[in-house]
Design a protein around this ligand. Sequence first.
Ligand SMILES: Nc1nc2c(ncn2[C@@H]2O[C@H](COP(=O)(O)OP(=O)(O)OP(=O)(O)O)[C@@H](O)[C@H]2O)c(=O)[nH]1
Length: 831
Amino acid sequence: MSKKRVHEIAKEFGVESKQIISILQQHNVNVTKAVNSVDDSGYEIVKKQLSKKSEAPKVAQKTEQKVEQKSAPTAAHKQEAAPHKQQHSNRSNEQKKDNRKQGGQKQDDQSKQNDHKKGNVRHVQISEPTRKSDGNQHGGDRANNRPNNNNNRNNDNRNNNGRPNDARNNDNRNNDNRNSDNRNNDNRNNDNRNSNNNDRRNKKNKKGGNNRPQSLLSTSMQKKKNRVKHRNEQYLQQKAEAERKAEAAIATEIELSGSLTVKELAEKMGREVSEIIKKLMLLGVMASINQEVDVDTATIVAEEFGVTVTEVEPEEDPTDIIEIEDAPETLKPRPPVVTIMGHVDHGKTSLLDVIRQTNVTAGEAGGITQHIGAYQVRYNDNKITFLDTPGHEAFTAMRLRGAKSTDIAVLVVAADDGVMPQTIEAINHAKSADVPIIVAINKMDKPGANPDHVKQQLSEHGLLPEEWGGDIIMVPVSAKQKQGIDDLLENILLVAEVMELKANPNRKAYGVVIEAQLDKGRGAVCTVLVQKGSLRVGDTVLAGTAYGKVRAMTNERGEKVKVARPSMPVEILGFSEVPQAGEIINGMDDNEARAIAEKRIAKQRVQELQATHKVTLDDIFNQIQQGELKDLNIIIKADVQGSVEALRQSLEGIKNPEVRIVIVHAAVGAINESDIMLASASNAIVMGFNVRPDANVRRAAENEKVDLRTYRVIYDAINDVESAMRGMLAPQFKEVIVGRAEVRQVISTPKAIVAGSYVTEGRITNDSEVRLIRDGIVVFEGKVDSLRRFKDEVKEVKTSFECGISLEGYRDVKEGDVIEAYLMEEIAPQF
Ligand SMILES: Nc1nc2c(ncn2[C@@H]2O[C@H](COP(=O)(O)OP(=O)(O)OP(=O)(O)O)[C@@H](O)[C@H]2O)c(=O)[nH]1
């Protein structure tokens, strides 16, 4: 006894499960769900009920019954087959009709069937996941082709399994029974639905489903291949194009207008930088990418590459200020500017100190002069300007600038020590600057003093004393005992007189920046030596990219100065930023200064962008952040091997997850140019411990943009590297003008003096640091006491608004004054 599930029976009879459940429940069969099973008796009940309703034609039924009887011996089987009678009979009839019709069309039909088969093959491939519905179609086709066989097979199935209604075969039969009745039509529709579903699934699969059909896979592979092929073709095209361009870029003729960097020369010639460097090396010139080569060298290199060089006049630089020669009649005598030079500890400061009658040595950090100071002294009604250049080799670069701004060089040589390395260097600098030298043989009081030995040594370096038939004045002095000082000063004046030093005081100022620094309270503070013209408070000045109105001017004794004439050193306030020492300062028209400064800034930016980016301690953190720095390369130079090792071990001990410290070179000895070249090539930082670079090395480091740092304490070196990695190097500050307001009315109240003001630019805030400016001079610096709009206290007032400002601890405000608000802003370290 077999059992069938409700839904199977429903399917067999082509009705819904609930109809079957209802029939069975009416006959007290306990079923509630489509999955419940019923035995043969239940099945019979259903069959009977549904047979009554059936409208199948009698003839068909009879024919079917005959067939059933032939093949199915049991009554049960006859009954089971009943619903299918009409299907089979229809199919048989159809087949007969078809056979009659076929005749000449047989061939065509056959080919159509073949086509259909092909279609099915394709379809099966595509609809792998929907095998069941394909099975239907497939079976359907088979049924079409071999209806009788199909029939027999069904019968066979029945015989073999004792289960007459194999669902699949049943479905197949339904498929075959086209046009016979509604039920069959439904089936056909199902068929269509299935095929539609298949199409939809195929589309889904195309989009990358796991069950991607084979044909789609091959299509996507083909597309992929095509893409790769296309890319390859593009790459080859681009490569060919680049080669063609490179070929075209190689110049046969170039124009040179002055010295240029190796990189610029390479660009002009359309060659690789490495080719140029190689050629220079062959010519015996060791140059790096950013090093300048003069026109002659560049011409030789170019010619080596077969490039013709034409020398042209350099283009006029709009940022250059052409220096006008003053007419002889405008020139007036001016004091000499004297630079004191010499070896370390030979007594330069002491000598100058005696001359100035002040004690500078006592106030100096570590007893060493740290910067170029400038002072003017009066001797026998004559003025002499002294530039106090430090003797230590660390400050050679500054000394070089000092020499350039100098009329006379006083070379201090200790009588007991004789000519030393920095003495020779000083001689060379003075000679190259074409500055007359006066030798002060100092420390004559010392027991070991031997002036003749000094003279002898100096003669060997081309300085022959007058008494030996030469033209060099040599004065024995003792700074300590204040001996020979008058003699020295008289000789300076004598040389100056012979030189007939003159300048036109009646023109805009022209001079040189001796030193400059940022003062937290006063902004850019700058020592300037006026060389021509006169500098006045309120004048607009330009030095490099810095410009501004001179707010205040003081002399070396801190006294206020209104006008500085030729050869006078003064300290000035008012620059927008800190100018560089050695920069030329020009007095000029306001707008002109601003325009030139802006052009210079733009030019500087371009140059900075062009310069290769070198690693610096200031920039390490940024580079780490941007993922540009994986290794921090360091070159160590120290005085003794013990320090080299100590520094190496300490630096290598610094651990950072993003950056590895690599010591590319570590050795005993002074920092030399080859260290800089190595640092440049390996993008390294140079750290010197108890060793110092000379001027040439410093210049090379500047040119190569190599960060060169010297230390006297190992801890400081380690600390700097660690801080740099964390982006915590000591911050730098710059003054930022927040806003300006013009005082239009002064209102006196019992509590305070209120400056009724109009904000002309930026904003004024109630917590601003401010300065009160009158006729270009700062008359007060301090804080805002109160800031009001009408009667209300406000935090800030913006441009084009009026406000009342009272200043903390200052009442002498006048109409026309300018209140300038500023703040000291920490700037990100840059190099
Ligand atoms: N006995 C003697 N000692 C002197 C004389 N002049 C300077 N000294 C000493 O020499 C040392 C160096 O003097 P400075 O004036 O600092 O020498 P400097 O050349 O300015 O040194 P730097 O600023 O470091 O380059 C000091 O201890 C002075 O006291 C002198 O005429 N006689």
